[in-house]
Design a protein around this ligand. Sequence first.
Ligand code: G3I
Length: 376
Amino acid sequence: MQHKGARRIDRRPVTRALTAAACALALCGPAAQETRALKDLVPGGWLIGVAINQNQSDERDTAAVDLITRQFNAISPENLLKFESVHRQPDGFTFEAQDRYVAFGQQRGMAVIGHTLVWHSQTPAWVWAGSDGGLADRATMLERMRVHIATVVGRYKGRIRGWDVVNEALNDDGTLRDSPWRRGIGDDYIAKAFEFAREADPGAELYYNDFNLATRPAKRAGAIRIVKELQQRGLRIDAVGEQGHWRLNTPTVAEIDQTITELRATGVKVMITELDVNLLPPTAPPAPGQPREPAANPYVDGLPDDVQQALARCYANAFRVFLKHRDDITRVTFWGVSDGDSWLNRGRMNYPLLWDRQRQPKAAFEEVTKVLMTKS
Ligand code: G3I
């Protein structure tokens, strides 16, 4: 008995040392974390960003705050600067949490991004409403747009590096989405938004942002038309953001490559603004009160290793293309810190990002850092 006990006591420091070594190798444990930081590995001048939620910008989610601070040099607000967050009522703006978001980035020397000024979603109905119950007339809607942009962009003048001025204005076929903004103002609502943003902060970068630009050539052509029209009007536009809400096998490497080449040919820079990789099958939500089909949520007990490795390859392939275009790209931003934070869960278990639910780096993080280390 005594002998066994003595052996147990003797082994404890060894076990601890072995565990620590294993942890360091596997990059686990609160002290081990990652041995490398994305922000130190990206090409000089690149921004590597992450969308953060209010728990993070308010510094309540301290594990995420540490990770964001260690790894990234740019932040985007996942929801805080959308119209409905900042300007819910016609005569009232809300800036408390928004000011904290901007301060969060400034205190850490990060580029602070504004998302987004003019969008058909997350915008309160009053913005488009006329007095007769229909749509407001052009002059009224333009004035509401101008006041919104002047107030929000003006408040953060010199502190927000760049704004997604117009978000998701296109249909997949490249035509303009029939949003209330367009119906109320006309096709030039996009140009007016860029004009107002320029007036509010002449020093801020201004972006057009949309999804599916890599998978839908017609939509990409629509984005290029928007850029050219803004340029013909003499308006400032600095970059186009392809959101980058991608899947394992789509877009292909060739499509990403082609997209960056075509967008860059307009003269503006390219950004990947909302990067994540959806691993779940596309499905409609279950009918109210009905359980979800198990096939719609296949990874509730964890992600199989082959899928984990496929995700890592997918990210590595994408970053190889980004590096090829290092002089065309100015920023790559992930849409969320870790898998548990992602909008792609929505009642299911998704694994779209580089950090897992325990905030530990995944194989995808390792592969991305390896690719970034190959840059000369
Ligand atoms: O804030 C309310 C809360 O008060 C309420 O109790 C709760 C109940 O559902 O909802 C909360 O609002 C949610 C909000 O996120 C904040 O968490 C909304 O329901 C939810 O719809 C909203 O989702 C956001 C989505 O945009 C809305 O379109 C996601 O977080 C955000 O990641 C997502 O981001 C968009 C980009 O802005 C544009 N590109 C696509 C991207 C993904 O959809």
